[in-house]
Write a protein that binds this ligand. Structure first.
Ligand code: Z5A
Length: 223
């Protein structure tokens, strides 16, 4: 039987990042199931959102009536939601020794608002220091996929579900390419924290690579 032997420390904070259709939601569920089968009790959370106040901000940003925000307004709202999420959900879970698996975190603000909307990495890094100090995930998995493949996946999903493209999916290809380049640049600048995985592979292959990375980087015995 597959098993997980966590070290005798507090919980671990793992984030999954990537552009549209990279498969974060799919992979977070697979990873959570694997960790549960090994005896851990991880929580799955997401951004924007993940605490009651942060979900209110998400409803403005993702499902709200406003179709176009100033990029800095969007960055500020994402960090406001993030502060609530960290204080109310993530830190208490880590202190209680639980693992936290998060669908997007601060790297998404660097990629979307910093690179995609041209606010620049330095401005987002400054905001991060102001709001969260040096708080960062223990491990960030960046799911990398060519822009056209990721967008094709989200469009297929929308056709199957009968939903409409969201405002980010409607952005031009240049925006999505800046996102992809941005995530790869984040990984290059933070090699101790970030690992890039080829997300164009089969879901089970991607999952196996994530499991291996979690074992190696977080020094846990996974079998
Ligand atoms: N945003 C921001 O601008 N600034 C910030 O600071 C933060 C966020 C935190 C939140 O959207 C939006 O907020 C997001 C960034 C912005 N922009 N958008 N859009 P969201 O939470 O509603 O959704 P998302 O995070 O963008 O998720 P996604 O890209 O739509 O999907 P995903 O989670 O990466 O993928 P998935 O749902 O797992 O898979 C997508 C489809 O592909 C689905 O049909 C799967 O069955 C299929 N799939 C998954 N993996 C595979 C493989 N390996 N092969 C084939 N098919 C696959």
């Amino acid at each position: 039987m597959r098993g997980v032997k966590p070290p005798p420390t507090s919980g671990k904070f793992i984030t999954l990042e990537g552009g549209e259709g990279a498969g974060k939601t799919t992979q977070i569920k697979l990873l959570a199931d694997f960790l549960k089968a090994g005896g851990l009790d991880p929580i799955i959370t997401r951004e924007p959102g993940g605490s009651p106040a942060a979900e209110v901000i998400r409803s403005l940003l993702v499902e709200g009536a406003v179709d176009r925000w100033q990029p800095m307004t969007e960055a500020l709202l994402n960090f406001a939601a993030r502060l609530e999420h960290v204080r109310e959900t993530i830190e208490p879970a880590l202190t209680a020794g639980r693992w936290v698996l998060c669908d997007r975190f601060a790297d998404s603000t660097v990629a979307y608002q910093g690179y995609g909307h041209d606010l620049g990495r330095a401005a987002i890094d400054e905001l991060h220091r102001l709001v969260l100090g040096y708080f960062q995930p223990d491990l960030t998995v960046i799911l990398d996929i060519p822009v056209d493949e990721g967008l094709a996946r989200t469009r297929n999903r929308e056709q199957a579900e009968g939903s409409r493209e969201d405002r980010y999916e409607r952005m031009d290809e240049g925006f999505h390419q800046r996102l992809r380049d941005g995530f790869l640049d984040i990984a290059r600048r933070n090699p101790e924290r970030c690992v890039v995985i080829d997300a164009a592979q089969e879901p089970e292959t991607v999952h196996a690579e994530i499991r291996a990375v979690v074992g190696q980087r977080l020094k846990v015995a996974l079998a």
